[in-house]
Ligand binder design. Structure first.
Ligand code: HEM
Length: 354
């Protein structure tokens, strides 16, 4: 993935190709008042600007701790990292008197029918996504940000993500073995589907465990019918190539692409459902082993849209009870609104709010 310029009217890293490594995290703000919140958002902006542009860390003299952890060597490389920052609905509660500034469609993530949410892995006042090519770049950035914002915010939850190189080509694969991220809005559709008028975007994060041992005992044909695409090529079951569009009009009862398949439920591709499409940017996660000796891995599902209810929640509602729900289990995540982009060196995240 090429470097994403830090300054601009939007947080352009939303549109970047999937990164090999990411950190997805949420923070609780512990700043006491609006002045401290402004300081926090300034500090966060300064660190994001430095960490994405790179350069030598500040020299702080010889007695105190060094300004930088040193994990990336004496100079922080430029263009190796991108950063996304968003606000959760709780940032607009009574603490900071910002209720009137709340992005109009922002609200807490509800519990959906097939969810098994763990409160420790849900919500947050701020979201942070770091994308880069190497795991140490993300961890260095997270440490730097946590240090510079100490007293203003603290980590609530954090998960490391990764995505695969093309195997053998096309879109990266998720841990069910299927290409994930194929059908996404085209660049020309993003103003209509992704960005809000102020240059922000509503961000949905869903931490979804995959019951991989169970999935690995299912026949390939059944797996492919659950998804609606071929596992090897990523082509829809009625097509040849990954980029082929399914033609549901020619298969009205789902003889080839089942009506209950994930892709057909998620996006029926009708004129009425066109405005419900979302921009997906999911990555894989691995959290080791659970207390029963089962592999704990899955998807950090992330999507961006103009309207949470019209887009994500409508799609999620159609997926309720789909066959795939037996093999996945959402346990965390949240709803956030990405701040508009930081336009220049004097600007900071959330300046329009404060
Ligand atoms: C498409 C997997 C969760 C919405 C796909 C595809 C796969 C997949 C393999 C086909 C390739 C592609 O176009 O990217 C999964 C898995 C999930 C999951 C394994 C859970 C672990 C979700 C959720 C949503 C969602 C929570 C939204 C509520 C979509 C949409 C498409 C899609 C909109 C594109 C459909 C199209 O336009 O043809 N997913 N997905 N997925 N998924 Fe999911």
């Amino acid at each position: 993935a090429g470097a994403v310029p830090f300054h601009g009217p939007r947080q352009a890293a939303v549109l970047a190709e999937p990164a090999r490594h990411s950190v997805v995290a949420a923070f609780d703000v512990i700043a006491q008042d609006r002045t401290e919140l402004t300081e926090l958002l300034r500090a966060l902006t300064d660190r994001a600007r430095f960490l994405t542009s790179g350069g030598p860390p500040a020299a702080l003299g010889i007695t105190g701790p060094p300004a930088d952890s040193g994990v990336l060597g004496p100079e922080v490389p430029g263009g190796a990292l991108s950063v996304l920052v968003g606000a959760g609905a709780t940032l607009f509660d009574e603490r900071f008197g910002l209720a009137a500034r709340k992005p109009p469609k922002l609200k807490p993530m509800p519990t959906f029918p097939d969810d098994a949410l763990d409160p420790q892995w849900c919500h947050g006042d701020l979201s942070l996504v770091l994308n880069c090519a190497e795991p140490d770049t993300a961890l260095h950035a997270l440490r730097d940000i946590a240090r510079a914002t100490r007293g203003g915010m603290q980590l609530r939850w954090k998960i490391d993500g990764f995505s695969s190189p093309p195997r053998p080509s096309g879109t990266p694969r998720n841990l069910l073995g299927f290409k994930d991220g194929t059908a996404n809005p085209e660049p020309a559709e993003r103003d209509r589907l992704v960005w809000t008028g102020d240059g922000g975007s509503y961000q949905v994060i869903r931490l979804i465990r995959m019951l991989v041992e169970f999935w690995d005992r299912v026949s390939l044909a059944e797996q492919e019918n659950m998804i609606g695409r071929r596992r090897d090529t990523g082509a829809p079951l009625d097509g040849e190539a990954e980029s082929d569009a399914p033609r549901y009009g020619q298969d009205p009862v789902g003889t080839v692409v089942p009506l209950t398949s994930h892709i057909r439920l998620a996006n029926p591709r009708t004129a009425q459902t066109d405005g419900e499409r979302i921009l997906r940017r999911s990555v894989n996660y691995d959290r080791g082993v659970d207390s029963n000796g089962n592999l704990d891995m899955g998807l950090v599902f992330t999507c961006y849209q103009r309207d949470l209810e019209r887009q994500f929640e409508t799609v999620q509602g159609r997926l309720a009870g789909e066959p795939l729900t037996d093999y996945v289990s959402p346990f965390g995540g949240g709803y956030f609104h990405l701040f508009p982009g930081v336009t220049d060196p004097a600007d900071h995240y959330g300046r329009a709010l404060l």
